[in-house]
Design a protein around this ligand. Structure first.
Ligand code: PRP
Length: 188
């Protein structure tokens, strides 16, 4: 798709009554670059394992890792935490586990969004049991107002109070992941 078409698509959604633009493509790119700088500085003597939490983090992870000036190793995990709609089911389950041995490795979990914190709390407990030498978290969006578990986010892109966010990999019922910007979605 050409740039004009993409801009039109964004504009159309921006004016859609259910969508409110939160961060533009440009905002995201600038912020991801800053995060990449901090991570590269902190891990300059290491070779961290980046663990992307599927599916939402794949766009963020792909952009972030290409802005890093250090070598990394990549793995993925997939955890179910939401049912249909914008409400959680309250349970976490591993749908796809990592394949690498992370014992003694510096591990950085890459999340698209930390909402209640339940998914991350579950994942960090599981990863800790595999004895990494260090374990940190990088999240693009922290919806702080929805937190039910206290979780430290070491590298955070954007903090918002309480919105359901779509775009840039994040979905509502498997829609809107392809949008290049981040939007607040409100159910009709
Ligand atoms: C999202 C996101 C986190 C989780 C955060 O995943 O990627 O993993 O929700 O929510 P929490 O802090 O309330 O636990 P989701 O279950 O929507 O799956 P997806 O990434 O495949 O869309």
């Amino acid at each position: 798709m050409c740039h004009d078409e993409q801009a039109r698509k964004q504009q159309k959604l921006h004016t859609h009554s259910l969508m409110q633009l939160l961060f533009t493509q440009h905002d995201i790119e600038a912020r991801v670059r800053v995060l990449a700088g901090h991570i590269a500085r902190d891990y300059r003597a290491a070779h961290p394992v980046l663990i992307g939490v599927l599916k939402g983090s794949f766009v963020f992870l792909a952009d972030l890792m290409r802005m890093l000036s250090i070598p990394v190793t990549l793995d993925f995990v997939q955890i179910s935490s939401y049912g249909a709609g914008t409400e959680r089911t309250g349970t976490c389950r591993i749908d796809k586990d990592i394949t690498l041995d992370i014992s003694g490795r510096d591990v950085l979990v890459i999340e698209d969004i930390v909402d209640t914190g339940e998914t991350l709390a579950f994942l960090l407990d599981k990863l800790r049991s595999e004895n990494p030498s260090s374990l940190r978290v990088c999240a693009l969006v922290d919806t702080h107002g929805r937190r039910t578990r206290e979780i430290a986010i070491d590298y955070c892109g954007f903090t918002i109070e309480n919105e359901f966010v779509v775009g840039y990999g994040l979905d509502f019922n498997e829609r809107y992941r392809e949008l290049p910007a981040l939007y607040a979605y409100r159910e009709p």
